[in-house]
Design a protein around this ligand. Structure first.
Ligand code: MN
Length: 260
């Protein structure tokens, strides 16, 4: 069995070479932006515009190979999480919107914003679609995520005392979420940062959120996000996840939120 797996790993590694070369080649920001745009299916907005999507909603491609987040998140988990779980939310959302004729033509962002007034199937699956699209975009291959911008680092240190204290509080919110849900860093309307946790597929953009604001980063703490590799060790998953956070993307989101 071993040679088979080695060959498979090698072919996967070779497939990733052009991307790695492009990044080493000197313009990482341009190369990172070019990859998702090239993968964009015709007729659909880029993943960053996911809130503008209307029915029929579509599954955006992963912005990197399924094994790109190893070892923090294993390839098998990424494939099942994206190809099956996220797809299931998209399919169920399309059915739920079809079953509620008054919702046709509404954007994903509009559905999320008033989720508390909508049938549970729309709330849960609109949240599931938005949250997962945001989650894939929040991550980058290990070593490619860069560092927080000076402005974001200052804001985190002002709010949480230090980056380490922020990460500890984020971990506590993630481990403390009973059952399934998400943990977020949010830019709140008063110009501050907050850590928030939501149940199920809710998020801070929803009318029902306890802490409302613009999500800057979010981690999925449903068991399907980590169980194959980490089993019951959610705390270890939360620790490992920092290796694959795309701080460039998170910093860009912070800049955009400050300009609102
Ligand atoms: Mn998930």
């Amino acid at each position: 069995m071993r040679p088979f797996f080695s060959a498979l790993a090698l072919s996967t590694a070779l497939a990733a070479v052009p991307v790695a070369t492009a990044l080493v080649g000197g313009a990482p920001a341009q190369a990172q932006q070019a990859a998702p745009a090239a993968a964009k299916p015709a007729g659909q907005p880029a993943a960053g515009d996911i809130a503008q999507q209307k029915a029929p909603f579509a599954l955006p491609p992963l912005p990197y190979a399924p094994d790109a987040l190893e070892p923090a998140i294993d390839a098998e988990t990424m494939k099942i999480h994206h190809d099956r779980h996220h797809k299931a939310y998209v399919d169920a959302l399309n059915k739920a919107v079809e079953d509620n004729a008054g919702l046709k033509g509404q954007t994903l962002g509009q559905l999320v914003a008033k989720a508390g007034t909508l049938p549970p199937a729309v709330r849960n699956n609109a949240g599931g679609h938005w949250n997962h699209a945001f989650f894939w975009e929040t991550m980058a291959p290990a070593g490619k995520g860069g560092e927080p911008s000076a402005a974001l680092r200052d804001a985190i240190e002002a709010q949480f005392k230090s980056m380490d204290a922020f990460k500890a509080a984020f971990k506590q919110a993630g481990t403390g979420r009973f059952g399934s849900g998400w943990v977020w860093l949010v830019a709140t309307p008063d110009g501050k940062l907050a850590i928030a946790s939501t149940a199920n597929q809710d998020n801070p953009l929803m009318d029902v959120a306890e802490v409302k604001g613009t999500p800057l980063l979010g981690n999925d703490v449903w068991e399907h996000a980590y169980y194959l590799k980490y089993q019951n060790r959610r705390a270890d998953y939360l620790d490992g996840w920092w290796q694959v956070v795309d701080w460039k993307k998170v910093s860009d989101r912070y800049d955009a939120a400050r300009k609102k």
